[in-house]
Design a protein around this ligand. Sequence first.
Ligand code: TRP
Length: 380
Amino acid sequence: MSETSTASTTPASAGGTGLRPRILSGMQPTDGSLHLGNYIGALRQWVQLQDNFDALYFVADLHSLTVNPDPALIRERTRRTAAQYLAAGVDPAQSILFVQSHVPAHAELGWLLQCQTGFGEASRMTQFKDKSAKAGNDGATVGLFAYPMLMAADILVYDSALVPVGEDQRQHLELTRNIAERLNSRFGDGTAVVPDAHIVKAGAKIQDLQDPAKKMSKSSSGGKGVVWLLEDPKKAAKAIKSAVTDADEDYGVRYDPEAKPGISNLLTIFSAVTGRDVDSIAAEYDGRGYGYLKVDLADAVVEWLAPFQQRAHTFLDDPARLDAVLTDGAQRAAALAEPVLQRIYDRFGLLSPATRLHAVSAAVAATATTATNASPAGRG
Ligand code: TRP
């Protein structure tokens, strides 16, 4: 290890400031709205986790470039995604909320990690195999292939201890852990913090309303089984009322995801939007038939959506305010990421991290001044 480096040379043991473990997660801005599955399966947990962890939550805009989206769409969707984090209760006074591309250290560390990942190892990522098979050899970008190493960089660049992700990201997290361990064995202990996955519990997984065997997504059943958070609540009510329920004869209402995936899914949603527990809801509707449950759930979802949308719109209708929150978050995130990136650069043997750090901090300071002048919400 270099003794002349000015960068912090070892990570905090718990992967954080030493006070509370650091947690990090993100979502891609791939649609005009997040859906109820994103809220119940992820956002809601993020909000709870920010009480006990130093949390970083970001909009993974660089990740969404892997499929080459329209520039105007991505700008809009990035803001909408951030506004929904805020509406769900991500609190910028407690957590760091930012946009991935605003913190250059992600992309920079991404390159280093690509150089530490085997071609075969990356080729085994099932998400890459699925997506590239669909897109074909020329349709699939190299970015799609490199995506898991960028995700690893997102995580490692903050010495993150814990990463809340859905089941579909488990393999990418496993890769991240392997890469972190490899860095530690090649470049010395303390090069990277090996993160743990925080896989969302079964009761938080939301299935597609039209196809309860699949998770809620716009690709299954043509989007008819999705409740979009920013869409007209009437459409949400309609989607709930036309949810596919289980073809059994007892019409029993009970939480049993194996035998009654459709009803169990509705009960999970009901519980999430009302805060009531699943069994008491089931007891109330058992023996009355599915129709009552659906009608009341549709009302409950509409009632929950209204204030959510209102909160989101306070930010969407005032982009300057939203951008000020994001600028502030990016500055705070960059301040955490830069020393980690310096440490890893130094371990790799890249020359003169001190000079680089100086250049970056001057640039960050200049940005901070501009942002503070531009907006009263900037914290400089
Ligand atoms: N790959 C994640 C998804 O598509 C999003 C993501 C990107 C992420 N970087 C991350 C999640 C880092 C957790 C940690 O859902």
